[in-house]
Design a protein around this ligand. Structure first.
Ligand code: AMP
Length: 427
């Protein structure tokens, strides 16, 4: 029989790497709570229409990357539905915002999420079919200040703080404004016209995009197309006065807070809902898939999926890529070790060893419990791989209450009374 394996584009996360995942998530939660964000957990699958209407039919995500299926009705009261594994989480958060009337409080909603997303992309380093995103959204009625450029700058400043606290040095913030929906429509038209003479010389994807969604041409990575793309009009020239003033205010607040950024007029992002501020943080250590995170404003998304006006701004960071970056920066080379390995001398000591392990673990000691069927040599070998010290537990130790502890790095052996053992092991 053939051996079953994890599906292409998915993978298992194993220790010790999972410790790094947990550290990243703990740091993110700590930063989000200092900025007064609360956690939201939305379902992993949603009505397909949420993504086709929210993210956009013409985007790569919706047109070719979604895991979609017909979910057959199981009872007369149900109807067959088309469902999709979420390819991103912003649409789900905005759906929940509408469904629970979160805007009715009149307050800004500041929500973060951590969880898996699914896209049928071509797998490569840093690109998977199941990947994890850490994201946050600030959304609310206009009266709550949700359109203010201060919200954009605060989110970007929070991201700079988060990356710094994670220990990711050397990131670059790329910043652009794609304007209001009207500005974008105007720019799309300008691009469409500018592309008429150029498209025939470009790649097949660009030829198609020039017709269906000219903005996407700016995302093209084909080297031969780049000199042509560089000659295209930039979106900054299509912004109206209000969009220009909004963007200027975002930049001024970032300057005041000392958050460095690079203006990138080609940054339009792959999802249709973005308006005004768009951004991406990249890191040189990642290779071709160098985007750590992306985000922007989505002032019309709520209306696109049938909700009230609810401007918002958010981002999604690729947790897989944070892990890759930290591994490349070699911040986690030391394998995690237990404080102590308990070696029972003979199988008759196993039960007493479990009782000792329980006592020490309750006192906060990290304990690896051996097995009395091992010879002493094997216990030492195994202990040396998993813990800093080894505790020998035989009949004598049990009766006298004095245990023998050996420190693997110094080789020093010490007799320690059972009552003092927990404190000794944690030093
Ligand atoms: P997006 O939702 O496309 O704006 O992506 C936001 C971030 O999610 C990107 O900057 C990546 O870090 C991460 N990301 C997107 N797609 C993938 C994928 N297939 N595999 C791993 N990370 C991804």
């Amino acid at each position: 029989m053939s051996t079953l394996k994890a599906v292409r584009g998915t993978r298992d996360l194993l220790p010790p790497e999972t410790a790094l995942w947990n550290r990243i998530e703990a740091t993110a939660r700590s930063v989000f709570s200092r900025y007064n964000f609360g956690e939201i957990r939305t379902p992993v699958f949603e009505d397909t229409a949420l993504f086709s209407r929210g993210v956009g039919e013409e985007t790569d995500i919706v047109s070719k990357e979604m895991y979609t299926w017909e979910d057959r009705a199981r009872a007369q009261s149900e109807k067959t539905q088309t469902l999709t594994l979420r390819p991103e989480n912003t649409a789900g958060v905005v759906r929940a915002y509408i469904e629970h009337g979160l805007g009715e409080s009149g307050q800004l909603q500041k929500l973060y999420y951590i969880g898996p997303q699914f896209r049928r992309e071509r797998p490569q380093k840093g690109r998977y079919r199941q990947f994890s995103q850490i994201g946050a959204e600030v959304i609310g009625p206009t009266s709550a200040g949700s359109e203010s450029p201060l919200r954009d700058a605060e989110v970007l400043e929070m991201l700079a703080t988060l990356l710094d606290e994670l220990g990711i040095a050397g990131w670059t913030l790329h910043l652009n404004s794609v304007g209001s929906a009207a500005d974008r429509a105007r720019y799309n038209q300008t691009l469409r016209e500018a592309l008429v003479p150029l498209a025939p010389q470009m790649c097949a994807d660009c030829q198609r995009r020039a017709e269906t969604n000219p903005l996407r041409v700016l995302d093209c990575k084909v080297p031969a197309d780049q000199p042509l793309i560089d000659t295209l009009p930039v979106i900054a020239d299509s912004l109206d006065e209000a969009s220009k003033a909004h963007f200027a205010a975002v930049k001024a607040a970032l300057d005041a807070a000392g958050v460095p950024y690079t203006l990138n007029p080609r940054l339009v992002r792959g999802l249709d809902y973005y308006t005004r501020t768009t951004f991406e943080f990249t890191h040189g250590g990642l290779g071709a898939q160098n985007a750590l995170l992306g985000g922007g404003r989505y002032d019309g998304l709520s209306e696109m999926i049938g909700g009230p006006k609810a401007p918002g701004i958010g981002f999604a960071m690729g947790e897989d890529r944070l892990v890759l970056t930290l591994l490349a920066l070699d911040q986690n080379s030391a394998p995690p070790q237990a404080d102590a390995y308990i070696a029972p001398l003979g199988e008759s000591m196993n039960a007493a060893a479990l009782a000792l392990a329980r006592e020490l673990r309750h006192a906060g000691v990290h304990v690896e419990l051996g097995d009395g069927s091992f010879r002493l040599k094997k216990s030492f070998e195994s202990g040396n791989k998993t813990a800093r010290k080894i505790v020998i537990l035989g009949e004598d130790e049990l009766e006298s209450g004095i245990l023998t502890v050996k420190d693997f790095s110094s080789g020093v052996q010490t007799k320690v009374p059972r009552a003092e053992l927990a404190g000794f092991l944690q030093n």
